[in-house]
Design a protein around this ligand. Sequence first.
Ligand code: SAJ
Length: 421
Amino acid sequence: MKPRGHHVNTKTVAVIGLGYIGLPTAAILASNGVRVIGVDVSDRHVDAVNRGEVPFVEPDLATHVAGGVSQGMLSAQKDTPHANTYIVAVPTPFKDGYAADLSYIDAATDAIIPQLRGGELIILESTSPPGATQHLADRVLAARPDLSLDGSGERPVVHFAHCPERVLPGRVMIELVTNDRIIGGLTVEAAERARDLYEVFCDAELHLTDATTAEMAKLTENSFRDVNIAFANELSVIADKLGIDVFELIELSNKHPRVNILQPGPGVGGHCIAVDPWFIVSAVPDEARLIRTAREVNDHKPEVVLAKVKERADRFKEPVIAALGLAFKPDIDDLRESPALGITKQLAERHPDAHILAVEPNIDELPGVLVGQAHVSLESTEDAIKRADIVVLLVDHREFKHLDRSLLAEKAVIDTRGVWR
Ligand code: SAJ
C-alpha cells in the first residue's frame, strides 16, 4: 500500500449531500481518519447517519458508516458548518429542453458562502455541465468580494476543483478505492490540494487537469457508453429487418481484435448514461450531433419493443403478456429511468384488454406507476411464464438466465437481451 497523505487542509471535511455518492465518500474519508461532517436537507438521511445507519442499500457502506459514527469521525446535520474542505455531491437533474438544472449546486454554494474565512477548498463532485465549477466560483466570489481565486489584491484565497465520481452502483465502496480519478482545478494549487484529500482513500492514479476538462471527461465517459449502446441498438433494428440474430452478429464482429460493441437492449436507463450526454448536447447543440442522435436512438428503443409486442398481441383477443424485469439493469432493485418499467407501463396503457403480468424478483410490491390498474399484477417468474401467451424479457436478471427453457415452448417470446438464444 502506498503511504496515505495526511495534510493540514484535510482537517475537517464537510460533505454536502448524503446520497448515493456523498455518503459513501463521507464514510470512506471517516474510515481513513478524516473528521467528516455530512450535510443533507433530509431529516431521514441525517437521522439515519447519526444512528450509524444507511438510508439506502449499497454493499459494505453500512459497515463504514457505523464505524465512522462510533469512532466519532462521522456525523450529520442539516446546517452547513465551517470546514477546511467542502465536497459538494448534490443531484444535477435536467430541466425541460435537457439543460442541466444547477439549482441544487447553487443552494449548496449559498449555504457555504457565509462560512468561508479564506484558505478553504471547495470540490464539486456532482456530474456537471462544462463550466459548472467556474459558475460555482463566480457565485462565491460575487457574494464575497473579500475573497479571491489567486490571492490578488491580498485577498484570502478560496480554492475550487471538480472531481467527478465514476463508481458503479453496487461496487461503490470498492471502486472509490480502486478507480483512477480525474481532478480538475480552477488553479493548479486547487487541483493539488484536492489530490491531497483523495489520496487519503484512493489507491489508484489521480490525474490532474483543468476544471472544464474534468467536467467533460465525466460526460465523455458516459456518452462513449451511450453511443456504443446506441450502435448496438441500431444494429438490432437492422438485424431484425434482415432476418438475422443481432447477438450472433455482435459476438462475431467482436472477434475482431479492435472491435468491441456493447449489447442491445430495450433502451438505456439509470440516472447517469441516459442523462449525462444531454449536458454536452445542451452546451454545444450544433456540434454534438452524434451524441444527440445516440440519445435519440436509445430513447426510441422502447417503441421498437412495444411495436413487436403489439404485432404478437393483435393475434389474441385477450392476450396474457409477461413482462420480465422492471429494473434499469440486471440484479438490482433500482427503477430510476428504467426502460423496462416504462415499457411495462405502456403495455398496460396500450393493451387494456390484455393481462399484464409484471415480474421483478428484486422487489416485493408493484411500483406506483403500475398500481391501480386491474389488469396489471406482480407475479413470480414461473407463474407469469406459465400463464402467458407472450413473454417479453426486458432485463437480464440471473433468475431469468437460469430459467427452465421448456417453460417457453409454445410461447411467443421477445427476448430483448438475448439471454435465451
Ligand atoms: N446497457 C445496455 N447495453 C450494454 C450495457 C448497458 O443496454 O451493453 C444499459 C443498461 O441495461 C442500463 C444502462 O445501459 O439500462 C446503464 O447501465 P451501466 O451498467 O452501463 O451504467 P450505470 O448507469 O449503472 O453506471 C455508469 C458507469 N459509467 C460507465 O461505465 C462509463 C459508472 O462508472 C458511472 O459512475 C455511472 O454511470 C455514473 O454515476 O455516472
